[in-house]
Design a protein around this ligand. Structure first.
Ligand SMILES: Cc1cc2nc3c(=O)[nH]c(=O)nc-3n(C[C@H](O)[C@H](O)[C@H](O)COP(=O)(O)OP(=O)(O)OC[C@H]3O[C@@H](n4cnc5c(N)ncnc54)[C@H](O)[C@@H]3O)c2cc1C
Length: 325
């Protein structure tokens, strides 16, 4: 028979959001279980230098930060499970979820912190140069390219915002877009076109991210004109792929309300989803900020929202029992 683990607070995801919820949940006596998913520690385990997480004067390493967060969560009483949820039943409490291992998890409340993944172009050179000049997050990595030439790939809101953001660090930003017009909002386009330090390569797609130097870094991007087929090189040291993100919400379709981009919707100013007792935090509900610190912040909010919900539910249950006596 399949093993069953039951808890007051079940958390899906072990990135900054899930682990912060676990720390707060454990300290509130909810003995949380964290189902870690296929990427224990989340997105930060795929990067090296992190310079913007508060509390550290020196540059820290993403995987190290996540190990510390997990150790802290375990220290205060959270339990980690090496499993990934494949099925959810949220129509009644306790919520019942099934792991890839066949294990059943039940929780009086559920915190969804399954994150989001950046979309990539899918080029072998891109894979090779990730973290060595190719990034999907200007807010995270733009600072490392101050005074250097950089390029942004994409044509939507994210790409335009990233290009504008990068002008804080670089006087030479190139936007590479495969069409002859942008999908971004008009107001953003106007700011982009007016910026003296941004140039746009229309009808252009990336052919190869070019590696060079010692230690190896990005020395340029070979681009192809989609109309003429001509290949040329853009001399940049940073390439930011900004073609969108995919929130990990496939599992929740039809169970909790999602917005048109697939992100979990929450009541403004809270982490409450459309299902009472189910909370969402981190990148799975945030398509604007997408930072470790904001994920951790909303993870804290989710645990506090969940704790309040359980306290109220317990109070009502006690009152009902007294009335029935
Ligand atoms: C290369 C890179 C560099 C970055 N650098 C920085 C930086 O310098 N500073 C910064 O603030 N931010 C940075 N970020 C962004 C930051 O990593 C994210 O904003 C943050 O990790 C989001 O946290 P999260 O907990 O919401 O989700 P994630 O970190 O995405 O974690 C999601 C978790 O959910 C789990 N999961 C998914 N599906 C399931 C399932 N079905 N069942 C169980 N678990 C599941 C995964 O295994 C994972 O543990 C970077 C991101 C990347 C990709």
């Amino acid at each position: 028979m399949a093993a069953t683990h039951s808890t007051r607070m079940l958390i899906l995801g072990s990135g900054p959001a899930g682990l912060s919820a676990a720390i707060y949940g454990a300290r509130a006596g909810m003995a949380p279980i964290v189902v870690q998913g296929i990427q224990p520690g989340g997105q930060l385990t795929t990067t090296t230098d992190v310079e913007n997480y508060p509390g550290f004067r020196e540059v820290i390493q993403g995987p190290w930060l996540m190990e510390e967060m997990q150790a802290q969560a375990e220290h205060v009483g959270a339990r980690m499970m090496w499993d990934s949820i494949v099925e959810v039943e949220l129509s009644q409490r306790p919520f019942r979820l099934i792991g890839d291992s066949g294990t059943i998890y039940t929780g009086d409340v559920l915190v969804i912190a399954t994150g989001a993944q950046a979309k990539w172009l899918g080029l072998p050179s891109e894979e090779h140069m990730k973290g060595k000049g190719v990034s999907a997050c200007a807010t995270c990595d733009g600072f490392f390219y101050r005074g250097k030439k950089v390029a942004v790939i994409g044509g939507g809101n994210t790409a335009v915002e990233e290009a504008l953001y990068l002008t804080n660090h670089s006087h030479d930003v190139t936007l590479i877009h495969r069409r002859d017009s942008l999908r971004a909002e008009k107001i953003l386009q106007e700011r982009l076109f007016a910026h003296p330090n941004i140039k746009i390569l229309w009808n252009t797609e990336v052919d190869t991210f070019v590696a060079g130097g010692e230690p190896e870094g990005l020395v340029g991007i070979d681009v192809r004109n989609t109309v003429t087929g001509e290949v040329s090189r853009v001399d940049v040291e940073g390439g930011f792929v900004a073609i969108g993100h995919s929130p990990a919400t496939e599992l929740f379709k039809g169970h909790v309300e999602l917005d048109s981009d697939g992100y979990i919707t929450v009541e403004p100013g809270t982490t409450r989803t459309s299902v009472p007792g189910v909370y969402a935090c981190g990148d799975v509900m945030d398509k604007v900020y997408r930072q470790a610190i904001t994920a951790a912040g909303t993870g804290c909010m989710a645990a506090l929202d969940a704790e309040k919900f359980l306290a109220e539910a317990d109070f009502e249950a006690t009152n009902a029992a007294v009335a029935a006596e």
